[in-house]
Ligand binder design. Structure first.
Ligand code: GUN
Length: 293
C-alpha cells in the first residue's frame, strides 16, 4: 500500500510559519498583511473556497476583506474595484476567484491586478518569472507551489533523472507546475486532452500529477509501480448513499485502486487542497514583507 501524504498536516506546518512571519512583520514594521478576495456570482463550490480563504486569512492575523458581487456585475464595476484595491496601501494581496461568470473577461481582470499584489501568481509578469526559472522574484501560483512542497518532501529539491507527467495544461495549474518541475531538473511531459495514449504516457512517470477535473479518471494500470501520485482534482460527485442531493469529493485519481500500485499518494480531500490556501497565505505575507522593504 502506498504511503499517504497528509496535506492537512503539511499545510498546518506552513500556516504556523506564516503566523510567525506575520507576528514578526507586525512587531518590526508595524504592518499587517491585507488580503482582498473578490467573488462574483453564486457558484456554491467557489463560495466554499472563498469562505475558507477569508477565514484562514483572519486566523493568520491578516486584514481579511471579502467582496461578494452579484452575478450581474459588469466588467467596468469589477475593473474599478480591482483598481481601488491596487491603490489601497493596506491591501497586499488581491485575488479574484475563478471561474468568473461568462459575460466577464477573466484574462483582462487578472492582468489588471498589480503584479506585486497578484497573490494567485496569474499575472503574466509572475507567470513569466516562473516560466524563466526566476522563482524568488515574483509570486508563484498557489496550487503548484503546494504540490511542489509534496514533491520536495518525497524526492528532495533536485529531480534530476526523474520523469514527471503532468496531466493538464491550464494557466492556473498545469503550465506553472510543469515549469516548477523543470526548474527542479525533472524531465517533464505536459499531457492534455489531445495527448495520444495517455495511459501509456502516464506509465512512464516516476511522479504523476493529475489536474484534469475528471472524477477518478486515472486508473491503477496507468501508474508505474512505486510512483508518486499527486491528485490535484477536486470533483463533486453525487452520493445518494449519503442522502438525497448529497455529494462527495473525489479526485482525478481512482484512489482505492491506485493506492495499491503507487509508492506515495495524496488523498482527496486532505491532499493538495489545504496546500492551496496555505500557499496563498504565504504569498500574502511575502507581498507584505516586500512592501515593508
Ligand atoms: N479557482 C480554483 N482554484 C483557484 C485558485 O487557485 N485561484 C483562483 N483565483 N480561483 C480559483
Amino acid at each position: 500500500m502506498a504511503e499517504l501524504i497528509d496535506g492537512r498536516k503539511v499545510a498546518a506546518e506552513m500556516i504556523a510559519s506564516v503566523k510567525a512571519a506575520t507576528s514578526a512583520l507586525k512587531a518590526e514594521a508595524a504592518s499587517t498583511p491585507g488580503l482582498a478576495v473578490i467573488i462574483v456570482g453564486d457558484d456554491p463550490a467557489s463560495h466554499a473556497y472563498v469562505g475558507a480563504k477569508s477565514k484562514m486569512a483572519k486566523e493568520c492575523g491578516y486584514n481579511s476583506i471579502q467582496h461578494t458581487l452579484p452575478e450581474a456585475t459588469t466588467q467596468e464595476e469589477l475593473s474599478s474595484l480591482v483598481q481601488t484595491l491596487n491603490r489601497d496601501p493596506s491591501v497586499h494581496g488581491v485575488l479574484v476567484q475563478l471561474p468568473l461568470p461568462k459575460h466577464l473577461d477573466s484574462e483582462a481582470i487578472i492582468q489588471s491586478i498589480l503584479p506585486e499584489k497578484d497573490v494567485d501568481g496569474l499575472h503574466v509578469v509572475n507567470a513569466g518569472k516562473v516560466a524563466t526559472g526566476d522563482l524568488d522574484g515574483g509570486l508563484v501560483s498557489c496550487t503548484p507551489a503546494g504540490a511542489m512542497l509534496f514533491v520536495r518532501r518525497t524526492h528532495g529539491a533536485d529531480l534530476s533523472g526523474l520523469s514527471v507527467v503532468v496531466i493538464g495544461r491550464s494557466n492556473l495549474f498545469g503550465k506553472p507546475m510543469s515549469a516548477l518541475l523543470l526548474a527542479a531538473n525533472a524531465t517533464v511531459t505536459t499531457a492534455h486532452s489531445r495527448t495520444k495514449d495517455l495511459p501509456a504516457v502516464c506509465r512512464n512517470a516516476d511522479i504523476l500529477v493529475a489536474a484534469v477535473g475528471r472524477p477518478e479518471m486515472v486508473k491503477a494500470d496507468w501508474i508505474k509501480p512505486g510512483a508518486t501520485v499527486i491528485d490535484v482534482g477536486i470533483n463533486r460527485v453525487p452520493a445518494p448513499d449519503k442522502g438525497e442531493g448529497k455529494f462527495r469529493l473525489v479526485g482525478d485519481v481512482a484512489f482505492t485502486e491506485c493506492e495499491k500500485v503507487a509508492g506515495v499518494i495524496t488523498p482527496v480531500p486532505g491532499g493538495v487542497g489545504p496546500m492551496t490556501i496555505a500557499m496563498l497565505m504565504a504569498n500574502t505575507v511575502i507581498a507584505a514583507y516586500r512592501k515593508a522593504g
